[in-house]
Write a protein that binds this ligand. Sequence first.
Ligand code: C5P
Ligand code: MG
Length: 190
Amino acid sequence: MLQLILFGPPGAGKGTQAQALVEHFKFVHLSTGDLLRAEIAAQTALGLEAKRFIDAGELVPDETVIGMIRILLDRIDTVPGVIYDGFPRTVAQAKELDKMLTSCKEGITALLSLEVPHDELVKRLLLRGESSGRTDDTDIATIENRISVYEAKTQPLIDYYTQLGKYHPIAGVGTIQEISQRLISDVDKL
Ligand code: C5P
Ligand code: MG
């Protein structure tokens, strides 16, 4: 089973491109950000706890998101593949994911990394904030903090997966369709 991490900074287009891959390959999409927002909408204890971090542009603690992924992976049967979107976000989360997958004789196939310049990210996030109403997309200071947190805590995953020979950089600029085509042809080769 293909186990793909759709990787990149906030605003790189992970959610959008995950949908294109799901349509094309019938993969299962695991978005920790979407799950957290659903918990917030349902006003669960987890959601209320997570909201504080999300509104500040900070990361929800490792144990919380790892717990969410663990529950989901237990429920997945045979599918052509799984796309992780927004997870792992720290090296600790990546190591824990490796352990979970090894225990069911699986492993990460590739880190598909959408590469997008900083100014383009800010532009996209502000635009998304206008239509989505996502509070973490409307405030420029929160956006910049999310990008800084990405650089400090999430970007080191590139080294981690490069050492495992699994890092696949993909140009994340151009039209949505152009980027989908790049991803699809990369996945076709796996
Ligand atoms: O992945 P996405 O950009 O939708 O996540 C939105 C916010 O949710 C992040 O900025 C972060 O605050 C939180 N999050 C997290 N850990 C994850 C996924 C999302 O802290 N694994
Ligand atoms: Mg997203």
